[in-house]
Design a protein around this ligand. Sequence first.
Ligand SMILES: Nc1ncnc2c1ncn2[C@@H]1O[C@H](COP(=O)(O)OP(=O)(O)OP(=O)(O)O)[C@@H](O)[C@H]1O
Length: 470
Amino acid sequence: MNRPPFGSDPSLAPGVSGVGRNSETTPQFSDPVMIPRLELCVEREAGKATERVVVLEGELFRIGSHASNDLVITDPMVSRFHCRIARGPGGFRLLDTGSLNGSRIGGVRLRDADLPLPECRIELGESIVRVRELSATAADDVPAAPSFGSIFGASLGMRRMFELLKRVAKTDANVLIEGESGTGKELIATEIVRRSPRANKPLVIVDCGAISPNLIESELFGHVRGAFTGAERNRVGAFEAADGGTVFLDEIGELPLDMQPKLLRAIASRDIRRMGENQSRKVDVRVVAATNRRLEREVNLGRFREDLYYRLSVVTVRVPPLRERIEDVPLLVNCFLSALEATDKAHLFSPEVLSEMSRHDWPGNVRELRNYVERLVVLETEAPSFRDEEDGALGAADKPTSAAAAVDIEVPFKTAKDTMIDQFERAYLTMLLAWAEGNVSRAARKAQLDRMYLHRLLQRHGLRRAGALE
Ligand SMILES: Nc1ncnc2c1ncn2[C@@H]1O[C@H](COP(=O)(O)OP(=O)(O)OP(=O)(O)O)[C@@H](O)[C@H]1O
């Protein structure tokens, strides 16, 4: 499993060098943490006038007809998980989570939009919710430390998550970690396990996205000799191998629908059956799962079983994307400089550079930031602005390169682009794998790619046997 290249000492993080000394960018941990509050009033429910008021504290509120939402609306036109109100750097936003009938403000259907606060009305099905911003309250249960083991973050969202992780790690509850790619879900799973009563027991990782659908059952539950063509000997699956410990199901949103009842059964009844075997075996396993999909949306769309979703998400940990906690950038830069033993390169990250970095969207999240820091340290250069980088890429297209030579405008743009990317990936990966003599971890280090991601790429291009996790 991937371990971060730095230790878990939080003192490594802030103020190692010039980066983060700036008081504008360094969070003041002694300041009281303020928790935002919203008043939600259901003014109309399923077409009937009403007045039901709830006051919610936090940064994320879920609205829908299912009982597990923060605000439950009984209206047949409202989806089970209809929408969310989430706080970002610019204030609260409304996010429709794939509802059937949509979420509207002022009659306009919205998928992702700023909430016009201090007061507005959201229309859902035949219901209306009035949203009012209240003054924030001071919180005393948010940890001051800007880290949790090897996970770093000083923003309110991250520190609240640390508090949740601290509590959940001690229990035996199944945990679902939701977050975009590169937000640190695997790191979080590792920290949970490291602090759990099962810390000294096996941890088995299964990347559901990296295993072909016909092998996943054997990967999870094992098989006996002759169970299918090619099953030449008995094989122990992840659940049996992890008996007494934990199974980490990465990319759980990719689990094929027909496998979902089998997983549900294994979790609920705590027994498994190897493929090709009649008798079942008892297993004692805690399940930690992660996904970069919104599983609620997948449930709404019928692509993920609701009963399995509830079994997995006894506790849900939502990891905020980096763009929602941009104030974490200086701290993370410091962490990565320490990890690279390159704190003497802190001058590369001047306040101007940091400010430029804080305007970037970071679609690849912390992984992208880490790669960016590593690249600058290796190249020992002042950071190019993101605009320069983009311009550079565009400028390159003007030159008569082999890519330009291969352009065929008879092919639609998207198809041509996809083909080109495909060819490039294949050529790169083939050479990379040859250089690393087939060792994926070595190849991942060389290419500065996450090992799991490289695994998926190799599998997509048929360059590695599906399910061959290291
Ligand atoms: N808060 C953090 N503090 C320090 N390092 C982090 C943090 N978040 C992510 N990282 C680093 O970023 C990289 C990506 O993290 P990780 O693989 O855990 O992400 P992920 O969400 O599981 O991604 P994916 O969904 O693509 O598998 C790792 O090198 C990890 O150590």
